[in-house]
Design a protein around this ligand. Sequence first.
Ligand SMILES: NC(=O)C1=CN([C@@H]2O[C@H](COP(=O)(O)OP(=O)(O)OC[C@H]3O[C@@H](n4cnc5c(N)ncnc54)[C@H](O)[C@@H]3O)[C@@H](O)[C@H]2O)C=CC1
Ligand SMILES: O=C(O)[C@H](O)CS(=O)(=O)O
Length: 474
Amino acid sequence: MRKKLYINGKWQGEEHDQFDVVNPATKQVIAAVSNGGKNEAEQAVEAAHTAFEMWSGFTAQERSGFLAKWHQLIEENKEEIGKIMTMEQGKPLKEAIGEVGYANGFISWYAEEAKRIYGDTIPASQTNKRIFVQKQPVGVVSAITPWNFPAAMITRKVAPALAAGCTAVIKSAEETPLTALKLAELAEEAGIPAGVVNVITGKPKEIGDAWLQDDRVRKITFTGSTEVGKQLMKGAAETVKKVSLELGGHAPFIVMEDADLDKAVEQLIGSKFRNSGQTCICTNRVYVQATILEAFSEKFKAAVAELKTGNGLEENVDLGPLINDQAIEKVQSHLDDATAKGGEVSIGGNSFVKNGGQYFEPTIITGATDDMLCMNEETFGPVAPIASFETEEEVIQRANNSPYGLAAYVFSENIGRAVRVSEALEYGIVGVNDGLPSVPQAPFGGMKESGIGREGGHHGIEEYLEVKYISLGV
Ligand SMILES: NC(=O)C1=CN([C@@H]2O[C@H](COP(=O)(O)OP(=O)(O)OC[C@H]3O[C@@H](n4cnc5c(N)ncnc54)[C@H](O)[C@@H]3O)[C@@H](O)[C@H]2O)C=CC1
Ligand SMILES: O=C(O)[C@H](O)CS(=O)(=O)O
């Protein structure tokens, strides 16, 4: 495993200044990694700025070729990358390898998208003029990524950036640097030139502030908490950087009386318990129409009872540990608040320690009411509060009553109702009879305080391009 920082094609870092990477399933140190700060952040920008003219000067086909080679090497190493990810983040190995495939999907998508950055010609209003529209790379991009998807949140930013002709400075989360450094190693092996991709980790605020203050950095792209996203957005204003923010979510999962209950239960299991509930598009609140509340709740409870919690390296584990003790405390606080306000735990409800790892049982709370913390704040853990509703109009109003607008889900076999409700939901991503909508070809992103911009699909590359028009006198 690489433990030094990757700057300008060199692996560097002081032996005396490192931080420990801990396996959340055992609390054991798995590596000591260079603890980057202001100096390394500045060196990375210098490298990316210097490499920009060369990289943006390649043809689209040439950049596409580099991305395709990187994709091939990641594919060849996906089991190893998955194991590194499970050891530093905790998700079950099968899910980690699945994430590597999802992450690699952005690289293959943008290897092709690089060749389709089209311009326009616009009819001039004077016979002696011609108007041409071009799209050009924004320049040096800084990417700051979270621990919950250590591979996908990097490639979802860096693949379109490189495809567009930008160069990148990347700060991984301090919880999960090893996956990021492995991706850097494979980028180096793919022949992506020095300075194009730079990966550091360490002191978040020092690194972030250095990039915010540097006017050579033309874009900030961030995935993480809404709180930090707001800080970065404010800091970006100083030099008017472009900003892409994928922030917190609070997904409602709506089950109408005409839903296929078995399908809804199966999809809710996926949406709620993927990554032990630590994803920004996880279901955070479940609304079930009153007429089917009992039938649905029984089916859902039976399915939850089948889930296995444990070390992600073990066979047949569905939920790994939570990332740290603070995560456990937050989930516990939401559970305690819910039961204090009349909610009842129908299954689960306990955290426990196993071989040093901190786990939270997959949990269902019945009798949830809209005044509970779990119905308003991002839980980021395996707790599903169920509330009932009477009418379509009521549930739309309650689902939209949130500062978040990232993902929402509605289950109904009535196509008219499914269209009406999905169009009325104020969310950037709506799963209709689908609890796992994330794919590289679709524009992922949120409304309201869930973020700005989109990642994935042809929308995702626009975030790394400037639009210029040339007015030509003839
Ligand atoms: N929307 C999403 O996908 C995610 C949302 N979250 C939410 O955020 C909460 C906290 O989780 P964290 O991992 O601590 O998220 P966070 O937002 O604190 O960290 C995300 C990234 O931002 C970096 N960061 C933090 N403060 C920074 C600063 N001042 N300048 C520059 N970079 C900075 C971190 O080092 C990490 O790389 C979670 O409980 C969850 O609610 C967390 C991860 C992903
Ligand atoms: O940050 C997250 O939680 C991810 O964006 C969710 S997904 O894209 O992996 O579904």
